[in-house]
Structures are given as C-alpha cells and as structure tokens.
Design a protein around this ligand. Structure first.
Ligand code: SAM
Ligand code: SF4
Ligand code: SF4
Length: 365
C-alpha cells in the first residue's frame, strides 16, 4: 500500500513554457505570470533534497518531470538528477523517470539521454493539426503541431516514447472517430485522453473546458470504434483501466486508484503541494523537501485532505461501481466538499453501465 505523497510530480521550472496552450492551468498560476516572470529553475541543492525525500522511505519510486515545459530545465539538470538518484539505485531502490512534454524541444541529444538513462517521455498532442494548432501555440501564436510530431518521431526512433496525452476540449470533442483514426494512422497507439476542465482563482472555467457528460460521450464513441477495430496494440488507458478492473487485473491511471493523496507536486523552490490538478493554494500546501518525510505526512493540511477523500468514499461506498470508480477524480468533487456537502457523480454511473454492457455484448468480459 503506497504511503501518502509517494509519487513526485516535479516542476523544475515551475510554469515556465515555450507554448501558451489556451486551456493550460500552469501559466495562469499567480507565481507564473504570463511572461514567465515569477518562475524559477530548481537549484541542485533543492534537487538533491527532493530526490532524497522521495527515495528515502520507499522501495519503488516514480518521478514525473512536469511543468510548464520540463525540457526547459536543460539536459545538464537531468544529468544531475541521474547522478543524485545513483546513490539510491546502489542501495537497491527501483526508480522510474517519466517526462511529460510538449516535445517541441526534443532533439537527438535529448532522445539519446533518455535512452541511456531509461527515461520515457509522454507527449501532449490534441489530434490532427487542425485541432491541435487551434489551442497549442507558441507565445508568438505560431503553431506547434509540426514540432510536436517531429519530437514524437525522434522519441520513437530512440524507443523512449511513452504515448500521447490528448486533451479533449470544445475544439475537438465532437470528432472522436477522426481523432482516433489520426492517431492510428500515425502509429500512435498508446493514448490517454484528458478532459479540459478546472477553473481559475476567480472561479472562471479555463478556456475550452467541456462538461463531464460531453467528455464521457467522447470516450463512449472511442470505445465503440476501438471494439470495431479490434487491434490489441491500441491502448486507450482510461478504457483499459476500466476493463482491467472489471476483470480484476492491474491498472495504471490515477483516477482509478482512489488515492489522490499519494501524488505530490514539487515546485522549483522545493515546496510540496497536492496533486497538480488541485489548486496551488495554502490549504493544499504540505511543506518542503528539506523537512523530514514523516513530518510532512503528518501535516494538518494533508490529514484534512485525506479526511475529505474518505468522507466522499463513504458517501459513494454503496454504489455498485465503487470498486472501479473509487469516487473519481478529486478535482471534480472538491468544490462540493469544500462547501461542506457531498458531490453527485453526475454521468459516471451511466458511463460505467454503458461500458460494461458494451464489453459483455462483445464477449470482452
Ligand atoms: C501542464 S502540461 C505540462 C507538461 C507539458 N508542457 C505538456 O504540455 O505535456 C501537462 C498536461 O496537462 C494538460 N492540461 C493543461 N491544461 C489543462 C486543463 N485545463 N485541463 C486538462 N488538462 C490540461 C496538458 O495538455 C498536458 O497534457
Ligand atoms: S505546453 Fe504544456 S505547460 Fe506549456 S502551455 Fe501547453 S499544456 Fe501548458
Ligand atoms: S485529483 Fe484527479 S488527477 Fe489528481 S490524483 Fe486524483 S484522480 Fe488523479
């Protein structure tokens, strides 16, 4: 059973980024002003503390290098990561490094470094150019599709490509077939879909957000087409997790773990907050990487978060799908919990019922 705050989502350059994706929550943080003022780069002393913090109390450790754009930290930063991790590898720990990138800065040096040091890279790509380029542009409004595709092909060549994260927004949600066909045609077969959601500190939804219902409809259309195509190499992570759970097997998406408390976001100054999807506010601040792990795990804010998660799970406990859903994404029900109420799961039940009947119909369960 993983302990709280055991997976590190690290932002070595905070929200600093070469792109300005219209829906992105990162460059809207108050400490990451639009012109990248207020963003810093993590220094090596903080990096060492961070690695020791996460490696000391557990055997299997995952670092997710995130941002902003994590490649802006430069290869020399990651060489230092590898050097600091070596001490723990020598002590028999298992360490995995995942990079989440827009891939526009990927070149052969990066790919070689990743391959030599067993890093894998997931890339954000919102489908064909006509959708991707409407929302994922550089600061000067230049389109990023071509650079992202070039990055993917370099990562693939080096065998360090870990699939695509595709944001589903009001730009592309009506085109599930076209998006799926695009990925398959480009031999991109490991897919994770993300609903564009969330709101800024004034309560305004991020641009291009869509409802849970619209997103689930999108996933159901993808499921239908995926069953028709019948290619075992196509991995749609959300759907695969549900099927694996229905069959009693393994799964890998955070939303199906029911343990939002295990994800810790670490900023360049070493401050530790909850999962990146929750707001970066005082109530989700747990401490700093220079403090003892056990103190951070006892922080009042973390214990309060765990209490809230458990209250919600109790509320959901009688549902026939609880074993799969585990109450869903904390980001979705948090606003209701903070107001002191319970949150309804919206369309999730209908979604699980439809997925199950579809899988039964095709003898997949
Ligand atoms: C913040 S980015 C950081 C890493 C890197 N720059 C990238 O684009 O992959 C991480 C992921 O969050 C997604 N994302 C950004 N804003 C979002 C939002 N409002 N709702 C859902 N996902 C979002 C991005 O598309 C990307 O896949
Ligand atoms: S590339 Fe990533 S961090 Fe940068 S603006 Fe786009 S989603 Fe945000
Ligand atoms: S809040 Fe949502 S995104 Fe974050 S760990 Fe929980 S399920 Fe995953």
């Amino acid at each position: 059973m993983p302990k709280s705050l055991s997976v590190a989502i690290v932002k070595p350059v905070d929200g600093k980024c070469n792109l300005r994706c219209q829906y992105c929550y990162m460059w809207r943080y108050s400490n990451c002003a639009r012109a990248d003022e207020g963003c810093s780069k993590m220094n090596f002393a903080t990096l060492k503390l961070l690695i020791d913090f996460f490696c000391s109390g557990q055997q299997d450790i995952e670092f997710i290098w995130h941002g902003g754009e994590p490649l802006l930290a430069g290869i020399s930063f990651y060489r230092q990561v590898v050097e600091y991790q070596q001490k723990w590898l020598d002590r028999g720990k298992n360490i995995a490094n995942f990079v989440q990138t827009n891939a526009t800065l990927v070149n052969r040096n990066w790919a070689r470094f990743f391959a030599e040091n067993k890093f894998v890279a997931g890339v954000s790509l919102d489908g064909p150019a006509e959708y991707h380029n409407l929302v994922r542009c550089y600061k000067n409004s230049q389109k990023s599709f071509t650079a992202t595709m070039r990055g993917i092909s370099i990562l693939k060549e080096a065998s360090v490509f870990n699939g695509v994260s595709c944001c589903v927004s009001d730009i592309n949600y009506k085109h599930p077939m076209e998006i799926l066909e695009f990925f398959i045609k480009n031999d991109i077969k490991s897919l994770k879909f993300l609903r564009v959601k969330g709101q800024d500190s004034h309560g305004n939804p991020y641009p291009h957000s869509i409802s849970q219902q619209a997103y689930l409809e999108f996933l159901l259309s993808v499921l239908n087409r995926w069953i028709e195509i019948d290619d075992v190499d196509i991995e749609i992570r959300d759907l695969k997790s549900i099927i694996d759970l229905m069959l009693g097997g393994e799964f890998r998406e955070c939303v199906y773990m029911g343990r939002c408390d295990i994800f810790a976001t670490v900023y360049s100054d070493g401050s530790i907050y909850s999962c990146d999807a929750l707001p970066k506010t005082r109530e989700f601040y747990f401490g700093r990487v220079n403090q003892p792990v056990k103190d951070i795990r006892k922080s009042a804010n973390l214990l309060k978060l765990i209490r809230m998660i458990n209250i919600h799970k109790k509320f959901c406990g009688a549902c026939e799908y609880f074993k799969i859903c585990k109450s869903g994404c904390l980001q979705d029900y948090l606003p209701d919990l903070l107001r002191g109420g319970n949150s309804s799961c919206g369309d999730l039940k209908r979604y699980y019922t439809t997925v199950r009947s579809k899988l039964l119909e095709y003898d997949l369960l």
